[in-house]
Design a protein around this ligand. Sequence first.
Ligand SMILES: [Zn+2]
Length: 455
Amino acid sequence: MDLYGRLLSKVLFPGWERARGRTTMDVLAYLRETERASAVELEVIQSGLLRRLVRHAYQHTAHYRAVMDAAGVKPDDLRSPADLARLPLLEKATARATGPAREATAPPFAEVVKTTSGTTGTPMIVKYNAESRVWRDATRWRGYGWAGYQPGHKAFHWWGVLATPPTGWKKYKVELDHALRRDHYMDCSPRDDAHLARAVEALRRLQPDVMLAYAQGAAALARFVNRTGGRAWRDLPVITGAERLWPHDREAMQQAFGPELFETYGCREVMLIASECEAHDGLHLSMETMIVELLVREGDTTRPARPGETGEVVITDLHNLAQPLIRYVGGDSAVARGPEPCRCGRTLPRIGPIEGRVTDTLRDGRGNPVNGLLFSILFVSIVDHATQFQIFQKKTGELSLRIVPTTGGKMPAAAEQLALDFLRKYLPGVPVTIDYVDDIPVGAAGKRHIVVVER
Ligand SMILES: [Zn+2]
């Protein structure tokens, strides 16, 4: 790390976090110890946090009091992660409908409010308290640290960009934050050669220490770099997220960026769930931040997936007391692994590969590919006006934005305009219509996809 990087990592970044009243660096130091704790110690940590969570949820939220009373369960009955099986799963639709009823009436209250849409096109409002934010940030820094990324490093983010970027003071704060942390952001959604060439030029100019990227965005950029012979940087660790990192993309990415690729798995509801370490053999779970169950449904019951078997990812967030999320079915699946220790020496259990997280690729008017995941970002901007949405691209190329409006009829003109401008910007040359519908049918796999391309 260069001198400025060291100043940033040792002095400025911790000071900035402290100035904002955050204990991120203390939690990070703690997590770097507990990642090598014994299985018993880790379970003790989880059990203690779980008892606090269920007691708070029972006493201060209408939803969990009703759920636990109906299940005949008292907070004292839930003493360890295994006891969670006595509570029902929180399906996405229920989570969405119970947002206010899951909000606690006693402190700590929510300090952050976020909208999620995932890949299913059904939005949800997520709220969390200050402690939860600190643990999310520290968990992310720990996971990134396994890839060698420390605060102070120059980072190139090849990522999705918000449909409505922050303005005014908020924009200034974000920019200051990025500059202070030496983050350079570039939108990975357009995949045409001119845009990819600009990304190559940015990499050449910045010579970053690390790249964070949507997996498919990085793969597209890697193939462009390899095709054009544009690589002009030393080996660069790449941390991927948001999408599946396919084995067949790894080779192209290693040629373009260097041998070290790290897959991460997270979602907006709880942020980083698991990340790959330097042993590159599965993803370690953040046990101190959340309880992750991999479950197989059998009729009306569920059981934990056996090693090698795929199970649905079910999450309990241990630090969000403001709006508890207990046994939340996030919509992805992952392969369960046995208890064998990882070569890296960390004791946190592993999962993976992660399944799901697959979105279709759209084409603009000239046939250039455009990442479908982009449109979950658009949805965040029109969430007040739509309960479901889907982008449907016909064989002929025309695009239909299907909307189930929140209140009968249609979205306000401003929201329609925002959506149309956004689609025209990313899909130049493609005719777009907004079609209001009563419902959006689920696809073959029983999942509703936000992007469907007619084949
Ligand atoms: Zn490991």
